[in-house]
Design a protein around this ligand. Structure first.
Ligand SMILES: C[S@@+](CC[C@H](N)C(=O)[O-])C[C@H]1O[C@@H](n2cnc3c(N)ncnc32)[C@H](O)[C@@H]1O
Length: 256
């Protein structure tokens, strides 16, 4: 998938709020090495720097367009091009921060294990993942995928993300390496201008694999079909706007 930093930052305030909420629960007064995993355009890295200073803070991402935006935003901060599926840490860190990236990695359980081993004692793995596959935004992508001229592309191969596991599964897998493990869900309700704004939001993230599979030839027709469904599923509120319900799971694991 090719990410677009400019599309992603269209809703930067709303997208950064969970990163802020996650960082607020990190029980560290200072860090000597912190890495922002899946740093995107550097919005989450900037929060870490605002809290701890820029010494020892770096970012990592697999997408060159995102890395270019992050480097422009935070000159002087190191941003590394790497895939978290295979990335090997060079030295222990106090903070491994991952806002909205691990939902894209189906084997994230194994990666979490490895990341816990890469922490100093008392170090923190902080993770937030959207838990929204059951929301209309995501159910309707699947509906759109299976109608229209593009549907053969989706018959061959599903592009749906793997569902997340329940909190109990993350707890059981991580607790053996933790002094403390805090897991919670938050459901945000973002007021959006209209259904088209919801489509703009997911175009930068969840909808990307669908648009890629549908191909350039069908892109506009797919979007029109999807927008019509989103319009029906998100009624206007008293002020004319629509509410985007957005559940997310958070984990703060302190290494024992
Ligand atoms: C939704 S953005 C999150 C950006 C930022 N952390 C934030 O808080 O808004 C997800 C980022 O994860 C990156 N990403 C996805 N899969 C990745 C992988 N396997 N390895 C490294 N980065 C990955 C994407 O390139 C994208 O920049």
């Amino acid at each position: 998938m090719a990410w677009s930093a400019s599309q992603y930052v269209k809703f930067e305030d709303e997208r950064t709020r969970p990163a802020r909420d996650l960082l607020a629960q990190v029980p560290l007064d200072r860090v000597s090495k912190a890495i922002d995993l899946g740093c995107g355009p550097g919005n989450s890295t900037e929060l870490i720097i605002d809290r701890y200073g820029k010494e020892g803070v770096s970012g990592l991402d697999s997408d060159l367009n995102m890395l270019e935006a992050a480097r422009k935003r935070l000159p002087g901060t190191t941003f590394t091009h790497a895939d978290l599926a295979t990335w090997q840490q060079d030295e222990p860190a106090d903070l491994l921060f991952a806002n909205a990236v691990f939902q894209w990695l189906p084997n994230h359980f194994d990666i979490f294990d490895r990341l816990m081993d890469g922490l100093t004692r008392g170090g923190v793995l902080a993770v937030q993942m959207p838990d929204n596959l059951g929301e209309p935004t995501h159910l309707l992508m699947e509906e759109s995928a299976h109608v229209g001229q593009w549907k053969t592309a989706f018959e061959k191969k599903s592009v749906r993300r793997n569902p997340l596991s329940p909190p109990s599964a993350y707890y059981s897998r991580l607790i053996g390496k933790c002094a403390r493990l805090d897991i919670w869900h938050t459901i945000y309700n973002h007021p959006m201008a209209d259904a088209a704004a919801i489509v703009e939001w997911v175009k930068a993230t969840g909808l990307m694999p669908y648009l890629t599979a549908a191909g350039d030839e069908h892109r506009e027709a797919f979007l029109a079909d999807y927008l019509a469904r989103v319009e029906k599923a998100y009624p206007k509120m008293a002020d004319g706007r629509v509410l985007l319900r957005f559940p997310r799971i958070f984990m703060v694991a302190v290494k024992g």
